[in-house]
Design a protein around this ligand. Structure first.
Ligand SMILES: [Zn+2]
Length: 115
């Protein structure tokens, strides 16, 4: 058993020393307080690393979205490239990604000739 880098023998030595210094009456109380403190510390460390990872993930997600917005030029209404699927700026004739000629989005108001 390895307790925070301290061997079992050393831990026993510390316990004996604590027994001498603190006294046998107060030792259980102090030991439980110590145990609680260690558990609390470990919990806080876990929480901290969890929060750190969450913020890291959030930052990565943000960066990804920023990159996505940069590649699309922030234009949500521009025409799609049939070649690579990238959205170009509105009014663009050629794809900014691959240079493919852009197809105009089909007009929804065009009258479809019925039979
Ligand atoms: Zn393209």
């Amino acid at each position: 058993m390895d307790f925070m880098g301290i061997g079992l023998g050393e831990l026993l030595l510390i316990l004996v020393l604590a027994l001498v210094v603190i006294g046998p009456e107060r030792l259980p109380e102090v030991a439980s307080q110590l145990g609680r403190a260690v558990a609390d510390l470990r919990r806080q460390a876990n929480q901290l690393s969890e929060e750190f990872q969450q913020s890291l993930q959030l930052a990565a997600e943000e960066r990804k979205q920023q990159r996505l917005a940069a590649t699309t030029g922030g234009a949500a209404s521009g025409p799609y490239c049939a070649q690579c699927g990238a959205r170009s700026l509105e009014g663009a004739r050629y794809c900014s990604q691959c240079g493919h000629r852009l197809v105009e989005p089909p007009a929804t108001t065009s009258s479809v000739g019925g039979s």
